[in-house]
Every structure is written in structure tokens, then in C-alpha cells.
Write a protein that binds this ligand. Structure first.
Ligand code: KIV
Ligand code: ZN
Length: 433
């Protein structure tokens, strides 16, 4: 793949170099099949879940939250199917969600019988509003729910020693929870689970509702990590939602603040405004020369399967993957892109105006880069002719052709295809044709 520079026009020795940057990919966990699924008007069928699961595996996710089996029969059946049919590769761990309630925990372990390795993700809500208005419990009451959940999970796991268990706890509504209380609850859960650096637990901190600017979320994560009793035995995970439109930024800043792991979904599907979009964050890393450890080279295939399974469209201007992301309509943009592409040597670091990455890296075609309408200039029109017909036009002819194309586009009020440009060229400048 094309080479990218960590920070354009900056070197690590530069005094403007930021204090904190992301140096490597976080651990990723896809929650498409759980949080993403629970937000669909029509939840996925078992077959659709299988198809999306396979896509997530092919992309390279090593942890995939596959459902809430104690809460829904299709989720239970799906978990059974992927275990019974041997669909989980050796290096992939499935994760399932459960509330901290006895009968749900028992049913969760029933769903996981015979699984080689699994993350059991138990949660209860800890915020002030949830404590006071939803659960009518004080801090001690909420702490007791978390502790009881942790104890039940550990007890059930002990009954099934053939499975390699990983425990995960989420103080749901973390962003609305006083930080000292969030740390107290998580420390209490850790004290029950007794993790070690060799066998850590996952503490997942959700912005169940995004309530602040991303720097404040990052400060919460930093504070929380500093107040953990046994930091070395915990994988700190974040799970951001996009209520203020900053879920990716919040996850990025949280990683810079010390988190290790990110939960999210493809294209940000999820409750309300969605979960953080893993495609965007992974491509942000990629464009700065950091291997995201996910293979996003087949963008069209990813969009096709995602759309088939969720019935949700991908916006044409979605960061990195939208259909219009590698097009330039305005003449000055087209001209700049053309100059950069013409000067480029194969091994150069990618440095092309208006194109933050080489579209070929996500399986897109250079030919889609330039589209011609009434706003396009001579550079773009000439570029299309060069690509399609191998013709290099002198400047005077570029100007004349562009004027002819522009007037056709204005009359038609529509985009002009490469074939139409060729027709216009023949009509005006190859009279013998
Ligand atoms: O957003 C959230 O808080 C969740 C939890 C269950 C982790 O999805
Ligand atoms: Zn969520």
C-alpha cells in the first residue's frame, strides 16, 4: 500500500510536535452484531448475522460482540450456530452482553456452552440519573448490583472450565457517573475477579450518551485510569456514542489518554446517532502511516455486505468510504490533483492535494477521481481524456475543449461522462469524423 507520513509537514524533533499522538492501533472490538443490531428497525436475521460476522472476521476483527443471547432468541440461536458450526476462527474471540441479573447470567452461559474462548460482558447502570430515577437505589445499592453480577459471572464460569473465559465489566452511563463512584465500582468488581497482568479483565467505559466535548471524556478516562487499584491487570476499553457527533474524536483522545481498546461499529451504526465509527478511526490511523490492523482494502465489498445486512445506506460523503469522497467537481481541485498525480514517483510518500489517501488503497479506481460538470476546468477535462484515450492535449486545446464541455454541461445541467467528452472532442476538433 501507499506510504503515508505520520504528521504532514512536521518532524518529531519539531517543537510544534504534539505532546500526545496515537502511535499504534488500539485493540478493536466490533459491536455491530449487538449495539448495531439493537438499533435497527428490523433486527438482523440469523443468516444476516452470519454474513456480517464473516465480513467482520475477514476485515480482521479479533474480538466481536455477537449479541445479548439472554435477551433475544435470534441472538441465542446465532451464538449457538456459530459455536456448533465451527464458524469462529482460532484467533477470534466472541463476546456476549448480559445484565448483572442471575437468570440472565445463567442463560448467557447456556448460550456459550462448548465455546473455546469467550468474553462475558456484564453491565449495570451507575449514573446519578439512572440510580435515582430508574433504579431508585443509592450508590451502595448500585455497587451491590455490580458486585453480585461479578460474583455470579465468576461462579458460572467456574462450572465450565473447558472454556477460556475473559470477564468484562461496563459501568453503563459512565459519562453521567461521578468519577470517584465509577472507580469505586470498577475496583470492587476487579477485587472479586482477581485478575493478573497475565489474565487481565476488560473494564469498558461507555459514553452511553455523549455529554461533553471529547477532551473532557479523555480527562475522565485519564482520571479513572489513575485511580484504578490494579491498572496492570485491566484492559481499559472505551465505547463511545455519537450524540454530539464526536464519537470518533472521543475514542481517539481516550486512546491518547491511556485507554487500550475501542468498541465501535462499521459506519457508526448504533443506538440514536450511533456508536463510534471504526472505519473512520481506522482510516484516520492509516492515513497517518499507522497500520490499523484491519483490512479495509475492499471498501465496495464492505459497503455491499453492510448495506445488505442492515438495510442502512452509506452516505455518499461518509469519511473515507463515501461514493463521492474521491471525486473533484471544481476545476481548481481537478487541476491541482492532476499536477500532483503527474509529478508522483511510485515510491513517494503520498502527498496529493485534495486526496488524503490513494483511492486505490481501499479498492477504488483512479478513473473515479475526476468527474466533469459545469464547474470543472480545463485540467479535469484534459485528465479524463488522457486517462480514457491516452491523449495529451496542448494547453490551447485543453482550453478550447474545456469551453465546449462546459457549455454542454450547462445546457444539460448534468454530469458529463468520459464517453461524452470524447464525443465532444471528436465533434469539435476532429471534423473529419
Ligand atoms: O452504550 C452503552 O452503554 C452500552 C453498554 C451496554 C456497554 O452499549
Ligand atoms: Zn452502546
Amino acid at each position: 500500500h501507499t506510504r503515508y507520513q505520520p504528521f504532514p509537514a512536521m518532524k518529531k524533533t519539531d517543537r510544534r510536535w504534539p505532546d500526545n499522538t496515537i502511535e499504534k492501533a488500539p485493540l478493536w472490538c466490533s459491536v455491530d452484531l449487538r449495539d448495531g443490531n439493537q438499533a435497527l428497525i428490523e433486527p438482523m436475521t440469523v443468516e444476516q448475522k452470519c454474513q456480517l460476522f464473516q465480513l467482520l472476521v475477514n476485515i480482521g476483527f479479533k474480538e466481536i460482540e455477537v449479541g445479548f443471547p439472554a435477551a433475544s432468541t435470534p441472538d441465542f440461536d446465532f451464538v449457538r450456530k456459530i459455536i456448533d458450526d465451527g464458524m469462529i476462527p482460532e484467533d477470534v474471540t466472541i463476546q456476549v452482553l448480559t445484565q448483572a441479573r442471575e437468570h440472565l447470567i445463567a442463560r448467557t452461559f447456556e448460550a456459550l456452552q462448548g465455546c473455546r474462548r469467550a468474553v462475558v460482558h456484564v453491565y449495570n447502570s451507575t449514573s446519578k440519573v439512572q440510580r435515582e430515577q430508574v433504579f431508585q437505589r443509592d450508590r451502595a445499592g448500585i455497587l451491590a448490583i455490580a458486585e453480585e453480577g461479578a460474583r455470579l459471572v465468576a461462579a458460572e464460569a467456574a462450572k465450565h472450565p473447558d472454556t477460556e473465559w475473559v470477564f468484562q465489566y461496563s459501568p453503563e452511563s459512565f459519562t453521567g457517573t461521578e468519577m470517584d463512584f465509577a472507580a469505586e465500582v470498577c475496583n470492587a468488581v476487579m477485587a472479586i475477579w482477581q485478575p493478573t497482568p497475565e489474565k487481565p479483565v476488560i473494564l469498558n467505559l461507555p459514553a452511553t450518551v455523549e455529554m461533553s466535548t471529547p477532551n473532557i471524556f479523555a480527562d475522565q478516562i485519564e482520571w479513572f485510569i489513575e485511580h484504578l487499584d490494579n491498572r496492570e491487570s485491566a484492559i481499559c476499553s472505551v465505547h463511545t456514542h455519537n450524540d454530539r457527533g464526536c464519537a470518533v474524536a472521543a475514542a481517539e483522545l481516550a486512546i491518547m489518554a491511556g485507554a487500550d481498546r475501542v468498541e465501535g461499529t462499521l459506519f457508526g451504526n448504533g443506538e440514536r446517532t450511533g456508536n463510534m465509527d471504526i472505519i473512520t478511526m481506522a482510516m484516520n490511523l492509516y492515513s497517518q502511516g499507522i497500520d490499523p490492523q484491519l483490512d479495509l482494502s475492499c471498501s465496495d465489498e464492505i459497503i455491499r455486505i453492510y448495506t445488505e445486512c442492515t438495510s442502512l445506506p452509506v452516505h455518499p460523503r461518509h469519511p473515507w468510504f463515501g461514493e463521492l469522497v474521491y471525486t473533484a467537481f471544481s476545476g481548481s481541485h481537478q487541476d491541482a490533483i492532476r499536477k500532483c498525480l503527474n509529478q508522483r514517483e511510485e515510491d513517494d510518500i503520498w502527498d496529493v492535494a485534495y486526496l488524503p489517501i490513494d483511492p486505490a488503497d481501499i479498492g477504488r479506481d483512479y478513473q473515479e477521481v475526476i468527474r466533469i460538470n459545469s464547474q470543472s476546468g480545463k485540467g479535469g477535462v484534459a485528465f479524463v481524456l488522457e486517462q480514457e484515450q491516452g491523449l495529451q492535449l496542448p494547453r490551447w486545446l485543453q482550453i478550447a475543449l474545456s469551453a465546449a464541455v462546459q457549455s454542454e454541461a450547462e445546457n444539460a445541467s448534468a454530469e458529463i461522462s468520459a464517453n461524452q467528452i470524447w464525443d465532444i472532442f471528436q465533434k469539435h476538433f476532429m471534423p473529419s469524423n
